[in-house]
Design a protein around this ligand. Structure first.
Ligand SMILES: [Zn+2]
Length: 122
């Protein structure tokens, strides 16, 4: 019984540690998925690189509109600030009827989505 409780506490503690690194608010951080949404990010605004490969959340600010729009430049590469892996910026599928806005995805060589950008709201 005591062991179970200890494990529970450990779990809670690691949850707290994760919170400090920035993950707790991630639920309220909307992912940025389209070029239109990237265009709405202002220079100096906080964004988060959420990498599923290394399980990291890196908060950063970009100081120019060009740097922001670079994040949705289809065909280019984007690097995870934490694990330094490069992902290709792709547009998700061909736009179909009823879906005029195509979404941006960051994928690895196998085409698996590995990272996304979120707006950091405080
Ligand atoms: Zn990473």
């Amino acid at each position: 019984m005591k062991i179970t409780q200890l494990l529970l506490v450990a779990g809670l503690l690691s949850g707290t540690a994760l919170a400090v690194s920035g993950a707790p608010a991630s639920k309220s951080w909307p992912p940025v998925r389209t070029a239109e949404e990237f265009a709405r990010i202002n220079p100096g605004e906080k964004i988060a690189y959420v990498c599923k490969e290394c399980d990291s959340v890196t908060v950063a600010t970009l100081d120019s509109k060009d740097a922001i729009m670079q994040l949705c430049k289809v065909g280019d590469m984007i690097e995870c600030p934490a694990c330094k892996q490069s992902y290709r910026i792709v547009r998700l599928g061909p736009p179909s009827k009823g879906r005029s806005i195509s979404e941006i995805r960051y994928v690895n060589q196998e085409g698996k989505e590995c990272m996304f950008i979120a707006r950091v709201s405080e």
